[in-house]
Write a protein that binds this ligand. Structure first.
Ligand code: GAP
Length: 513
């Protein structure tokens, strides 16, 4: 397993080398925070999306799918609050001309103080051995106490400044903490300004008639504005949900950490419409269901944790993140939010149309409350690669890189590999390949040594390699090699399809949810 510091770098170069992810428009030196998915990346991405879709839409009788447009009427974003409040505080360094998110500069500074504390604790743990009393050390060591006090004071001041939207105070914290620009090393900062994250463009061929419209920053609003369309045409009874996946766009100021924070990304969101008063029960229900969806992938449960929000957005009555242990630490992977009736009520107000549900049991109409689950597909992709990437030493001391991707998600399910490029082995291999390829994404290759071909399949996470040798011609059997154990079994050719079907079955995984 690679060390965490360089794991992200290794994943980035692995993704490029093996056709998972390329920088966008790379021949022009790329475009910051925009990426293209290659031949293996698109398969993995489709499989993740499919796992989500089937788990949310197909496995729940009261959830329906939807696919709404990226462009929406500009008033949508007034109603949702994005036009006025979807902002990040930014600051420029006058010497380097680099732009930063002011809140991120302060958060990074706070993390550094936290790291100093943890280093002190780790040193003491090593010094004192089993007798080490961590709680006592933390509450008495002068250096730890001093750093903790500093951290608490800055955190309190920072939270208050953000809460009051006091941008001058945010700048003052940056100056007081002595935060320098990582590029120029100077403290020559501009004022802090609010920066709206929505991308805008114009519709209409004549500029005077053109109207500013936005690329959606979340897919959720397409669901809200269609709530009654789906409810009526689908004859849905509350509680019910609407799910969709699709592109979203945010002009992120700090775009880094590969596909963790992108300017163009894909979301998978589900809005669950419930009777007012029942939302907290549904919130707990979806928290549990979504965590189970993650755990079912089989990676260590310790990779995931809930982070309950203490400070809530103005529309939320409860909110939490499912955080994942990325190579750069625990970070948000998915959000679960109890959004009250904020969005539907505001769309009623701005559109002048009623967005109410007539409850036949109560014989009255009301605006439903909403519990939302929202996950980034690209972030999920990175989570899977982070958990799956392994560097292993094999018995013959050779090294291999293997992606332990759950087989049902792997880009290629089976590689068909004739041992030699002669003696009718390729023809036999092609026959097996043709019999499998309509059910599963398979790969056929006859060049290179078998060892090299196995290594290449390990590196893209192919769970099964089928090898055709001379014995195949004699008794119609092949070997099937399993990626993680590298064990080989001899099986009849007529059993290959059934074995692959069974071992990469998504239905078996869905049944565990
Ligand atoms: N409708 C609610 C909503 O959009 P969010 O927390 O802003 O909530 C939901 O976003 C999820 O979308 C996040 O948990 C994350 O996985 C993903 N996401 C958000 N911004 C992203 C970005 N710039 N790049 C990649 N994924 C992003």
């Amino acid at each position: 397993m690679a060390g965490n510091d360089d794991l992200l770098k290794k994943i980035i170069s692995h993704c490029k080398e093996y056709g998972f992810i390329f920088p966008s428009s790379e021949i022009y030196d790329g475009l910051s925070a925009v990426y293209d998915y290659g031949q293996n990346g698109v398969e993995l991405k489709n499989n993740i999306r499919n796992y989500w879709w089937k788990a949310m839409v197909q496995a729940n009788e009261n959830i329906r799918g939807l696919d709404t447009a990226i462009f929406m009427h500009p008033l949508t974003w007034k109603a949702s609050g994005h036009t006025d409040a979807f902002n990040d505080p930014l600051i420029d360094n006058k010497d380097s001309k680099k732009r930063y998110r002011a809140d991120v500069l302060i958060e990074d500074h706070l993390s550094k103080i936290g790291e100093k504390i943890e280093k002190e604790v780790a040193k003491a743990r090593e010094r004192f051995g089993p007798a080490f009393n961590e709680a006592q050390f933390r509450s008495t060591n002068p250096r730890v106490l001093e750093n903790q006090k500093k951290k608490d004071e800055i955190s309190t001041q920072f939270a208050a400044a953000m809460e009051q939207n006091n941008l001058a105070e945010v700048r003052q914290i940056i100056l007081d903490c002595g935060i320098v620009c990582p590029v120029s090393g100077s403290r020559n900062w501009t004022d802090v300004r609010q920066f709206n994250l929505m991308f805008s463009t114009r519709v209409g061929s004549v500029s005077e008639e053109a109207e500013t419209i936005y690329l959606r920053p979340e897919t959720a609003q397409g669901i809200f504005v269609n709530f009654l369309n789906v409810q009526k045409t689908g004859r849905m009874k509350i509680p019910f949900g609407i799910a969709q996946t699709g592109k979203a766009f945010r002009n992120e100021i700090v775009a880094r950490q590969f596909i963790f924070r992108m300017r163009e990304f894909e979301q998978m969101e589900m809005q669950f419409f419930v009777k007012p008063g029942t939302e907290m029960d549904w919130y707990s229900h979806w928290k549990e269901k979504r965590m189970k969806w993650h755990h079912t992938l089989g990676f260590p449960a310790a990779n995931y944790r809930f982070h309950d929000h203490i400070k809530l957005a103005h529309y939320a009555s409860a909110a939490c993140d499912i955080e994942f242990s990325f190579p750069f630490g625990f970070k948000e992977l998915e959000g679960i939010h109890s959004r009250t009736d904020f969005d539907l009520k505001n769309h009623e107000k701005f559109s002048g149309k009623k967005l109410q549900y007539f409850d036949p049991e109560l014989n009255e109409s009301y605006v439903p409350y909403v519990v939302e689950t929202s996950i980034g597909l690209d972030r999920m992709f990175l989570a899977i690669l982070s958990a799956a990437y392994r560097e292993e030493q094999m018995e013959d001391n050779a090294a291999r890189v293997v992606l332990n991707i759950p087989p049902f998600l792997s880009p290629v399910k089976a590689a068909i590999l004739p041992l030699l490029n002669k003696d009718r082995l390729p023809e036999k291999g092609m026959e097996i390949y043709r019999s499998l390829r309509l059910s599963h994404n398979c790969y056929y290759e006859e060049k290179d040594t078998i060892g090299r071909r196995y290594r290449r399949q390990d590196a893209i996470g192919t769970p099964y390699c089928i090898t055709i040798d001379h014995q195949t011609l004699a008794d119609d059997t092949v070997t099937i090699r399993e990626r993680d154990t590298m064990k080989q079994e001899r099986i009849p050719v007529n059993k290959v399809a059934g074995i692959i079907d069974e071992r990469v079955s998504i239905e078996k995984v869905l049944a565990l949810l």
